[in-house]
Design a binder for this molecule. Structure first.
Ligand SMILES: [Zn+2]
Ligand SMILES: [Zn+2]
Length: 371
């Protein structure tokens, strides 16, 4: 057997690009369509064999070590097809050559599901309705009426492609295109299944139980492998993505994994201090209000926020205090407040401007910037 490098006329350290170039040049000269005759055909075979080995890094390595890569050795011989030669000759990919399979992987499906804030906080289970393609129950994905099956395409002889030879300045050039009769499948369904029109799949609505993990937020996608669209011709199903939309809550606002809520306090309670009971996601919780609490101050209840989606633990519940100034005072209330103001020397306050970063103004800035 002759040396593959010699056959292609390249050095032993030739790059894959050089090997490809050398092969294309020789294949053009020796191709049976261009250069008929037994001698050229023999040389064309030898050149193609050499290219088959040297263009594959694995085979080339074995060959370089002196391994047997003659006809019949693993990965060579019968497996070598005309398509491979044409691909190298014309520089095309081989993926779409030959009869194509009726089987396709199904597409992924996306469905949006709205959940309550409590489900986002604690997680849960729910039933969802999914509308996807499923395997046809009549033909079990075959696409043919039961008992009829498919037959080989007469036009292309089952190859799924037809060759035509055209004249060019290089001589005759063969082109290949998918067979129009069988759409490249190589087989024809004579009696398509009535239920699925030969697609092998039908649309169907089904219900699925899904687990909503604690910590999900609007935009979180849950991937359910193999629950998407079933592919044509009994192909494997794609995945189903469930995109979460968390419904707005009347009292809690979510920021990351923290929850924020506002509690209104009468001016007197804020001044004197008190204990209030808050209706949190975890049920009633007591909140101590220090005497002299200002409007806009916050108190953090640790661990009463949303669960972290990854890793354990939970965010916090941040309670914003809103001190309510009494309105519509009756005569007694007005007198009492006036007395209090007199005792505290507050009948004519100075209207001193607050400095930046402190007091109400600083807190206002924080609130506006979302901190
Ligand atoms: Zn069917
Ligand atoms: Zn055909």
């Amino acid at each position: 057997m002759s040396d593959h490098y010699e056959t292609l006329g390249v050095s032993r350290d030739a790059t894959p690009e050089e090997i490809k170039k050398a092969y294309r040049k020789m294949a053009r000269q020796l191709h049976p369509d261009v250069n008929p005759g037994p001698e050229a055909e023999e040389r064309f075979k030898a050149v193609s064999q050499a290219y088959d080995v040297l263009s594959d890094p694995g085979k080339r390595a074995v060959y370089d070590r002196g391994g047997d890569m003659g006809p019949g050795a693993a990965g060579f011989g019968q497996g070598f097809t005309f398509t491979d030669i044409m691909d190298a000759f014309f520089g095309q990919g081989g993926a779409d050559r030959g009869p194509r399979s009726r089987q396709r992987r199904g597409q992924d499906a996306l469905i949006r599901v709205q959940v309550e804030l409590s489900e986002a906080v604690f997680g849960g289970e729910r039933e969802i309705a999914v509308d996807t393609a499923v395997g046809c129950p009549t033909c079990h994905g075959e696409g043919a009426q039961p008992g009829t099956g498919t037959r080989r395409c007469d036009v292309c002889g089952g190859r799924g492609e037809v060759h035509t030879t055209q004249r060019s300045f290089l001589g005759p050039v063969m082109t290949t295109r998918p067979c129009a009769t069988c759409q490249g499948y190589g087989t024809v369904i004579a009696h398509p299944c009535v239920q699925c029109s030969g697609e092998g799949r039908v649309r169907s609505r089904r219900t699925l139980n899904i687990r909503v993990p604690a910590g999900v937020d609007t935009g979180t996608r849950i991937q359910l492998a193999g629950e998407g669209e079933v592919g044509a011709g009994n192909g494997p199903a794609g995945d189903l993505y469930v995109e979460i939309v968390v419904a707005p809550h009347p009292t809690f606002v979510r920021r990351g994994d923290d929850l924020h809520a506002t509690v209104g306090l009468p001016m007197t309670a804020a001044a004197l201090g008190t204990t209030v009971t808050l209706d949190t996601m975890d049920g009633p919780q007591e909140l101590d209000v220090e005497p002299g609490t200002q409007s806009g101050e916050t108190t953090t209840l640790r661990g009463l926020g949303v669960s972290h989606l990854r890793g354990g633990g939970r965010g916090d519940l941040v309670v914003h205090i809103e001190v309510q100034t009494p309105k519509n005072l009756d005569e007694t209330q007005r007198r009492l407040l006036a007395e209090l103001a007199a005792v505290r020397g507050e009948e004519r306050p100075e209207g001193r401007l607050a400095s930046h970063g402190s007091g109400l103004f600083g807190r206002l800035k924080d609130a506006l910037s979302g901190r």
